[in-house]
Design a binder for this molecule. Structure first.
Ligand code: NAI
Length: 247
């Protein structure tokens, strides 16, 4: 049990990578708080965990709202006694468009959901970790490393996630708070639903060394490694989980 006695918050825990991570963390001994804007799917994750004898609770949050995240952290500490692991994972894409055609609202929303959320998650989680240390994992994307046309807002936000991960790792290393990011390649979750309808999907989904799409569990395994003591000397890094997309 690699997370025995640990407590974790997982944003975006109602679906895809967040759900797979929550289920795996509980299997490894953690208690998890599922935080999602979608109450139905978030509660489904909780039920899946509880039906297997695990400990999980749900909080409805919008990760862009400071008060929601402040309440999320407080409720978690009230329920579980402490906070060891914060996974800032909730995210959205935006409609494909070239820069002149990107609606300003689309840019603002994707940057808020994908990047401001990471700042807020860390802002409220870190004070709870100062005494005993902790592990923070922020979900970036290979798009934030290599750039991606027609997805400028998403790409910018994910690159920002990598940058703020490094800054925060430097600020809180002395408190034994490790801060890392994960950069998934194309993973089979709800976020790629629209892409699946396009002609480019067969090429896009297999454009990596392993020639296949990734599965949420394969990202969850990387989350588990970074959350666990096995990664005790790893901070400020971005772990790429992309089947070789960046090669
Ligand atoms: P998903 O769509 O299955 O899960 C995203 C979750 O975030 C959903 O449960 C959704 O309700 C929640 N969410 C969205 N906006 C929210 C908000 N404002 N407040 C709270 N919760 C909110 O997608 P997936 O793939 O599991 O995404 C997880 C993370 O992985 C995201 O940050 C995404 O950008 C990132 N990622 C995904 C890739 C993929 O190919 N699936 C590739 C690279 C990165």
């Amino acid at each position: 049990m690699r997370l025995e006695g640990k407590t974790a918050i997982i944003t975006g825990g109602g679906s895809g990578i967040g759900r797979a991570t929550a289920i795996l963390f509980v299997k490894e001994g953690a208690k998890v708080m599922i935080a999602d804007i979608n109450e139905e799917t978030g509660q489904e994750t909780v039920k899946l965990i509880q039906d297997n004898g695990g400990v999980a609770e749900f909080q409805k949050v919008d990760v862009t709202i400071p008060e929601d995240i402040e309440r999320l952290v407080k409720t978690t500490v009230d329920s579980f006694g402490k906070l060891d692991i914060m996974v800032n994972n909730a995210g959205i894409g935006h409609a494909e468009a070239k820069i002149p055609d990107v609606p300003v609202e689309d840019w603002d929303r994707v940057v808020d959901v994908c990047m401001k959320s990471v700042f807020l998650g860390m802002k409220y989680a870190i004070p709870e970790m100062l005494e005993n240390g902790g592990s923070i994992i922020n979900t970036a994307s290979v798009a934030g490393i290599k750039g991606q046309k027609l997805q400028a807002g998403y790409t910018a936000a994910k690159n920002g996630v990598i940058a703020v991960t490094k800054s925060t790792a430097l600020e809180f290393g002395k408190h034994n708070i490790r801060v890392n990011a994960i950069a998934p390649g194309v993973i089979d979750t709800a976020i790629v639903t629209e892409w699946k309808k396009t002609k480019k999907w067969p090429v896009l989904s297999t454009a990596n060394a392993l020639r296949r799409i990734g599965q949420p569990d394969e990202v969850a395994n990387a989350m588990l490694f970074l959350a666990s003591d096995e990664a005790s000397f790893i901070t400020g890094t971005t772990l790429v989980v992309d089947g070789g997309t960046l090669l």
